[in-house]
Write a protein that binds this ligand. Structure first.
Ligand code: B12
Length: 276
């Protein structure tokens, strides 16, 4: 498998180490070829970008440079990753936007691994470095033991917890009390918790590795029925094959949308805004 050839403006900008507005300008000037999606968004071919960068750098650079996030993660540079997280929070104004930026980085990491430019060991070091950094940041937040409870669990068989870690940061920032169940959580455990505790939201995560749509639909229906019975909302997230319109709850495709949903139901009516 090779890395995906078509890049969004943000991904192209990260790879070229320029602002997204520069990528758009190059496209408007006809220096960088682009196509438009049905929704009108531009997409760029990795090879076209590499060619343009090579021309600009006098034929010296062979490939778009490595993403600085990925460099720091693969090298396991924990202090670099910590400071990048804090810088991104300051620049973007909320943990949900940081989460969406990291979603792009993780998709790129997966593409490099699938394309063979990163080893399995590189990918393991990178994802574990990020997992620990997110846990460190989350642990600096004030706790809200009396805040509304939000159960965080991965779909059965799924070990991709990073999306859930990003949701946890947003939940904590918004005054929720998250209950982390994490990887490979059996549905019976989620239903048991709904029976025993006051729960406002169940957030289930399924990564791109969860491709069995009928199994995910049954999981969403069974947990959804439990949530409805107990008056809890159900949030289905991650790139997995969840149903688009579950009978109960909602399918969410970004951390920002998750944050808005939590803010609408939680103690803070608005997601946090940027510090001017
Ligand atoms: C890191 C990683 C791992 C790490 C996970 C570590 C960890 N603690 O999470 C490890 C090394 C363990 C791993 C293992 C495997 N992985 Co993996 N992994 C990834 C990688 C690089 C990132 C995953 C991730 O965190 N994505 C980021 C999340 C944040 O993005 P997202 O899912 O698109 O979600 C977005 C929104 O939906 C929302 N969101 C996310 N979560 C949630 C949750 C809720 C509740 C809500 C509301 C919203 C929300 O935010 C995101 C950003 O907008 C991906 C690449 C990729 N494209 O995702 C591969 C990837 C998912 N893995 C893959 C594979 C194949 C595997 C393995 C099978 C490899 C193996 N042979 O062992 C195993 C499977 C293990 C298992 N049973 O689950 C493939 C899946 C391909 C496929 N279709 O099958 C991918 C796509 C890589 C690739 N390009 O081939 N992996």
């Amino acid at each position: 498998m090779t890395a995906p050839k078509l890049l969004t403006s943000t991904q192209a900008a990260r790879l070229a180490a320029v602002a997204p507005s520069t990528i758009k300008r190059w496209a408007d000037q006809g220096r960088l070829a682009s196509i438009r999606t049905l929704g009108g968004h531009r997409r760029f071919d990795r090879a076209d970008l590499a060619r343009l960068l090579r021309e600009q750098r006098g034929g010296v650079a062979e490939e778009p440079r490595t993403d600085p996030w990925i460099e720091a993660l693969v090298a396991g540079r924990r202090h670099d990753v910590d400071s990048r997280l804090l810088e991104a929070r300051w620049r973007l104004g909320s943990w949900s936007r940081v989460g969406d930026e990291l979603g792009v980085v993780l998709a790129d990491l997966g593409a490099r691994w699938a394309g063979g430019s990163l080893s399995i060991a590189d990918e393991h070091v990178a994802s574990e470095t990020l997992r620990r950094a997110l846990a460190r940041v989350g642990d600096t937040f004030p706790t809200h033991p009396d805040g509304p409870r939000c159960v965080l669990a991965c779909a059965e068989g799924d070990e991709h917890t990073l999306g859930l870690s990003l949701v946890e940061l947003c939940a904590r920032e918004l005054g929720w009390a998250p209950l982390w169940l994490g990887r490979r959580t059996p549905r019976s455990e989620v239903l048991g918790i709904l029976d025993g505790l006051d729960v406002e939201v169940v957030a289930l995560s399924a990564s791109a590795a969860s491709t069995d749509a009928p199994r995910l639909a049954t999981l969403a229906a069974e947990v959804g029925a439990g949530c409805r019975e107990h008056g809890a909302d159900l949030l289905l997230g991650g790139a997995g094959a969840w149903p688009d319109a579950p009978e109960h709850g909602v399918r969410l495709r970004s951390i920002s949308a998750t944050s808005e949903r939590l803010a609408a139901r939680g103690p803070m009516s608005q997601p946090p805004r940027s510090i001017p």
